[in-house]
Write a protein that binds this ligand. Structure first.
Ligand SMILES: Cc1ncc(COP(=O)(O)O)c(C=O)c1O
Length: 416
């Protein structure tokens, strides 16, 4: 695929988009304006090259062989774990479990800690969760009889912390919440929630799928017990995610899947488990993806996560201003960009989100339309679906201008 890569950016990092091959594409005779990074981020050349290189020069299974290729594969896989531990200030590399994605990581916790819950226990979630942080707990509640409670949101899309205080009781065993909402953009005050959860004797898990790679995220600074995220949302490959947890939690968790790699000793009728994190990594993992993630982390390190955050904040500020110019458009989430991550969801009473996304695509603008795997939140917002524009390191003010122009076009189309 050709990169029609001429410097085209007047904001952000000049020429950075040229390192992302997909961004050189033309869609419907327009330059691709990719505003769907919250669904998955585009991949820089370094990531694509590393994945190819892994298959070209290494391609062996991990933790098994003692030949050179197997040792190199194992080193690449374990290097990924180390890099991730450093990225999020996890307690140690051993406290990072490599999974398929953030969803698998939350399911792992829900299954792994199942034996510690009893009927009457409560898990506190929020009204703004992605289905990935709702459905595994609903399934757990169905199996165990625990009760799920939810911190409501204010009309501005902030967590109602007064209600949280009332909902946290000695029955609360776990608080699990999203760091940055994938619809409202709200950056939740995780540290404050963690302090309240711990004071009530509960543990806390944070779904950092929309924050890692977009701002500095530290388990230590947030004071959380568990954190999950997916590599593909921070410029890394698909099929790779992480659960980082305090060591005693991983000790307490039961493995969800049995098989090779996760055992210590196996007899015909019984088995003992390996130590964490391998206890949770049954079978052959996605080594190629693990080998390809570090170049994405190199890029983020070179740019600096504080600078990445500032860039996305400025884009969000600009997008809120420009969307505000369109009469009747309803924009969800906090008005203050310092309280938001790099995404904006809106509803146009005149154009259904699916029609909007289709017409925007005609103009080369890729956005997401629908409930964004957050149906309860959309019910709370009083809409069935929204249109979402989300930003990454390669996004520019010009991308947002193109979005606005395309929205105006969609409006004219439906009015004519
Ligand atoms: C807030 C949030 N949590 C969890 C997920 C699930 O991520 P994945 O599909 O990579 O498991 C997403 C994906 O959109 C998300 O936005």
């Amino acid at each position: 695929m050709s990169v029609e890569g001429k410097p085209r950016r007047t904001t952000g990092w000049s020429g950075l988009g040229d390192h992302f091959p997909t961004l050189g594409r033309t869609i419907n005779a327009h330059r691709l304006v990719y505003l769907d990074t919250a669904a998955t981020a585009q991949k820089p050349e370094g990531v694509i090259a590393a994945e190819q290189e892994y298959y070209r020069s290494t391609n062996a299974n991990v933790h098994r062989g003692i030949h050179t290729l197997a040792e190199e594969a194992t080193a690449a896989y374990e290097n990924c774990r180390h890099r991730v531990a450093g990225l999020i200030s996890a307690p140690s590399a051993e406290s990072v479990v490599i999974t398929r994605n953030a969803t698998a990581a939350i399911n792992l916790v829900a299954r792994g800690l199942e034996h510690t819950f009893k009927a009457g226990d409560e898990i506190l979630l929020t009204e703004m969760e992605h289905h990935a942080n709702l459905v595994p707990w609903i399934m757990l509640a169905n199996r165990t009889g625990i009760r799920l409670r939810h911190i409501p949101i204010t009309d501005e899309g902030l967590l109602d912390l007064d209600r949280m205080t009332q909902l946290l009781t000695p029955r609360t065993r776990l608080v699990s919440l999203v760091h940055v909402s994938n619809v409202l953009g709200t950056i939740n005050p995780v540290r404050e929630v963690a302090e309240a959860a711990h004071a009530a004797g509960a543990r806390i898990l944070v779904d950092a799928a929309q924050s890692v790679g977009h701002m500095p995220v530290s388990m230590e600074d947030l004071g959380v017990d568990m954190l999950v995220f997916s590599a593909h949302k921070c410029y890394g490959p698909m099929g790779l995610g992480f659960l980082a947890a305090r060591p005693e939690i991983l000790e307490e968790m039961e493995p969800m899947e049995g098989g090779g790699e996760m055992i210590n000793e196996v007899f015909l009728d019984r088995a003992t488990w390996a130590e964490p994190p391998l206890k949770f990594e049954a079978g052959t993992p996605n080594v190629a993806a693990a080998a390809a993630f570090p170049p994405a982390l190199d890029l983020l390190e070179d740019l600096g996560l504080d600078a990445v955050r500032s860039h996305e904040r400025e884009l969000t500020d600009y997008a809120l201003d420009r969307l505000g110019e369109i009469d009747g458009l309803v924009v969800f989430g906090p008005h203050d960009p310092s309280l938001r991550g790099g995404l904006v969801a809106f509803h146009d009473p005149e154009v259904h989100p699916h029609d909007m996304a289709t017409l925007l695509d005609q103009a080369g603008v890729a956005v997401r339309a629908g409930h964004h795997c957050a149906q309860p939140l959309h019910r709370r917002l009083g809409v069935v679906a929204t249109t979402r524009a989300s930003f990454g390191v390669y996004s520019t003010n010009e991308d947002i201008d193109a979005l606005i122009e395309a929205i105006r076009f969609a409006r004219r189309y439906f009015q004519s």
